[in-house]
Ligand binder design. Sequence first.
Ligand code: MIC
Ligand code: SF4
Length: 651
Amino acid sequence: MGLTLTEKILKNHLVDGEFIKGSEIGIKIDQTLTQDATGTMAYLEFEAIGIPRVKTERSVAYIDHNTLQNGFENADDHRFIGSVAKKHGICFSRPGNGICHQVHLERFGIPGKTLIGSDSHTPTGGGIGMIAIGAGGLDVAVAMGGGAYYITYPKIVKVTLTGKLSPWVAAKDVILEVLKRMTVKGGVGKVIEYGGEGVKTLTVPERATITNMGAELGATTSIFPSDDVTLAFLKAQNRAEVWTELKADDDAVYDEEIHIDLSSVVPMAACPHSPDNVKTVAEIGRLKIDQVCIGSCTNSSFIDMMKVATILKGRTVHPSVSLSIAPGSKQVLNMLASNGALADMIDAGARILESACGPCIGMGQSPNSGGVSLRTFNRNFEGRSGTKDGQIYLVSPEMAAISAIKGYLTDPRELGNMPEFHLPHQFKINDNMVEPPADEKDMDGIETLRGPNIQPYPVTSPLLDDIACKVSLKVGDNITTDHIMPAGAKILPLRSNIPAISMHCFTVCDEDFPKRAKQLGISIIVGGSNYGQGSSREHAALAPLYLGIKAVVVKSFARIHRANLINAGILPLTFVNEADYDRIGQGDDVVLENLRADIESGKSELTLINRSNGEEIPVLCELTGRTRDIILAGGLLDYTRLSLTSDAGKN
Ligand code: MIC
Ligand code: SF4
């Protein structure tokens, strides 16, 4: 039986476990990336593990999220990350060099390699044929130290693409079509593998848009084959030597199959407040808009920007619209500056932002009250823009640009004939904003520069014998990590300070939660299905850890967040019967008796007793041997330290 592309790469990297669907496997990680909003914590964790030099083939630290410097905090974090990177063998992509995923694709990604990144959109690398997975910072720290990365052996979904996109229809519309069909939880536990004749018609940046936003499906990752189109991209980046051809065997067997005829895809938008709330322009109707933001790791490539510049050229942004554009990298911005396209954007009235995440993570450009904002980004969760009642629609760059001119949501096909847009034969290459690490012999002399806002990892403790406490919070379905640990310009500077950032935990849902949880000492949270979807931020587990949360009981979890809870030593529990969600309320007194003994013995079905109404609720605690040991130890950091000491004891 032939192998899928995913299986081929996983097989080459398997270091623990067996190829059995649904079981846990450990894979060797070739490359890692971090960004600054998760990076400080990841490097503090790396330091705490105590391995002097990274063991990966390539690790890169990017600065792209917290680039507004309203106080000393973000600049201190940048300086800290730069110094840690230099010392421990990590390349440092300085602020201004661009968004991690865009730059990694351009300069570092290699077909067939594994990459984990402390950012949920790491699957962008799938556009170049990598197995690229978003993970918590601690998992990235362990991988930098040479440890394996663990995932559930995924189901593999084949998306067969045929035909060719019609003029002005974009890769963004393809992934919106997939989201419409599969929903934001349809990809959990799955890898989405693209194949079929239609693949050849998509450039690497288009493929990367699709794999990037596969994160919104909840998928482990998404991947395209590495073919002639990949080679052309790498050649134009002066990196042809890293190319290898990669594709699935013809007789590969998939768990699910989907077919998309590219020629039948039409321009679409994801409506507020979920990336799977997808409608065609015709279905939405004439929608007056207030703001347009173009950029983000989903749609900020050179080709995207050239399409935007072509549409804007000679026109003026509508008087009632504010248009901002953030090209994805220094390379992109520089090329637009050299060929005159930047001047066309400026001339039309676009507000040019630096090459960084910017408005996508709420770092500025929040829309007006109740404002309608079209964005080429990947997430439109409520409040993420910084304006609580902002109405965010996710669209292609083509649709964003023409709508900015017209003042209302516009089908880009109204533009008529489309000029040909080609990938350049040669990108403008200058890696001067990537600082190489110091030589190993010099590393001891390098001091890590820590600002006063950088606080240590929260205190952990081994799993308790019993948990008897109150339910400090009950929430519904599809809770995102933006609900649990909001971002934005005011809160992001606290990413290196868990005690301070914890005071914002869940405040979007309930302003009193942090105070209440702290007063209770220990407590648990109850939630609905797909709990923790969205970002990889481990702060959504570390803040609850700091606030004394011992367990989270839900109908189902999103993958990365569940792993982050385990890493933080918080018990992830699911209802055996989803209807039991109604038998437990906020403020109830609950107990899990003999917990430690039960977990030690490998028992997976536990009983949560609700002492407030006498109900006995069966809950599942599905752990593997490894995750069980992590939970017993009080989290991955303690587990790693313990295993390092016991390994040292053996020598
Ligand atoms: C996001 O898009 O939500 C982020 C900000 O990039 C996050 C990481 C973070 O919260 O720091 C992600 O996607 O993982
Ligand atoms: Fe940055 Fe937005 Fe991409 Fe997250 S989704 S990495 S915030 S551009």
